[in-house]
Design a protein around this ligand. Sequence first.
Ligand code: HEM
Ligand code: HEM
Ligand SMILES: [Fe+2]
Length: 473
Amino acid sequence: MLTSIKNNKFTYETQKLGMMYFRVALILFGAQLLMGLIAAIQFIWPSFLYGIFDFSVARMVHINALVVWMLYAMIGSVYLMLPDETGIEAVGIKLGKLAFWVLTAAVAIVVLVYIFIQIGPGKESTIWLINEGREYIEAPRWADIGIVVAVLIFYYNVFATYIKGRKTGIMTVMVANLLALAGLYLAGMFFTDNISVDQYWWWWVIHLWVEATWEVFVGTLAAYALIQIIDAKREIVEMWLWIEVLMLFGSGILGLGHHYFWIGTPEYWWEIGALFSSLEPVPLVAMFVHVIYDWGKEQGAHGERPVVKNTPAMAWIVTNAFGNFLGAGIWGFFHTLPQVNIYTHGSQFTAAHGHLAFFGAYATILIGMMYLGIQKAYGLAKLKATFNTKMAHFLITFGVLGMTVALTIAGYEQVLVERAELGAGWDAYFIAQNLPWMKQAMTWRLIMGVVTFVGFIYLFIDLLTIAKKQQEN
Ligand code: HEM
Ligand code: HEM
Ligand SMILES: [Fe+2]
């Protein structure tokens, strides 16, 4: 992964830029997990690093790093597929590289400020210089503006290259969807002192990202990857893609209502949210069937010896099909009706869903794309899974599933004791937090978090070494 930057076999400079984004993404992924571990330890021993590195900061960096590494890996994936799909080099490659360095410098400064300035008064200057205080997208406003500029350069590159080159269905969806994805970020950039109004717009970014535009994004990635890895027929994957886009936007946009149950928005959102968000699992089933169907079909077409040109990437993409359906579809559906959400809202159940969904729907396929990038960087006709690949895949997946189960049990206990039995008051919260079920669940979450982290170390080593070894053979 490191040498791939210098001695790569890429035909296109654009793909090299993609690898630069992947490298930063991987480092941020590691940082995210470390922060998660600190926060998980603090759940069990609240005095751990208290006053030095508080839970609020560890949690904030954990989830912001999550969003940023995923956006980096997404940009990396787009630069990887852009020349393959359009048949040409990105039009503004030099500008693209400059944007990469500017963005990365901004991210580094933002993280350092988070770490060095942990507490202080909330003033107008805080929003500009330190923290905007919106969960998941906390970057201060100066950085927000920088992000917008870097993303505009990125989008210019994608759009202008698309206009100049070959126009595939995959790229058409990509170009249109990216415009929506980037545009939504603006909804989280202005200040209002009414918390309901603030939350109203904040969900436009968070929900309309993860349940609409990001989902369409991974649909395009899966389509591209299936063509690359198993020679899937373009007409078939593109037909699936259009159906998925229709369904994802059809349910995801108004599904936004499932966040408008309790924030002071009008009551009609109860029905809208209940109905449309209940439909959201449907496209996720379609995406699942799509991957498994194409895989089975292409294997059949090649007779006895199926051709999978990149087994690590394929393994992660199949995990994505399962994970997206389970984490977003099933765990999401569990708490999406207002009748259920009145008990589960903001409980550990939400965290269980958050972990499995972000991991299943996004982390998996983005890791798969990194493996695809590495194969291309080394010009290998085939990339085969190694011992490290399998350990990474198993430990990370098992670890996140384990954390999800632990958090689901914790959420169940909260629902029964804190919400149903004791009526969700102040005391009820603390009684539920101190019961053995909660403590045991939090301990298991930490254990499974460590398992996940060990898996990450295998992943890191594998990404650095896998292609080099196979090139020498
Ligand atoms: C990959 C897609 C998805 C991701 C990454 C995701 C992630 C998340 C996260 C992180 C939260 C917590 C937000 C917070 O901090 O308040 C959340 C909340 C929620 N999600 Fe999802 N989600 C996805 C898809 C879905 C789907 C398809 C459904 C419904 C079928 C759903 C239903 C919900 C509901 C109802 C809440 C609010 C929970 C509460 O009231 O505490 N999600 N989601
Ligand atoms: C080493 C493994 C990990 C550990 C120990 C860990 C731990 C934690 C902890 C302690 C929190 C704060 C929960 C709270 O406020 O109650 C949290 C939040 C969160 N983590 Fe992790 N995490 C890990 C890995 C991951 C991964 C792999 C993902 C996704 C790909 C992820 C996504 C999230 C999200 C979305 C939240 C916010 C959830 C919510 O507010 O509902 N974490 N994590
Ligand atoms: Fe949502």
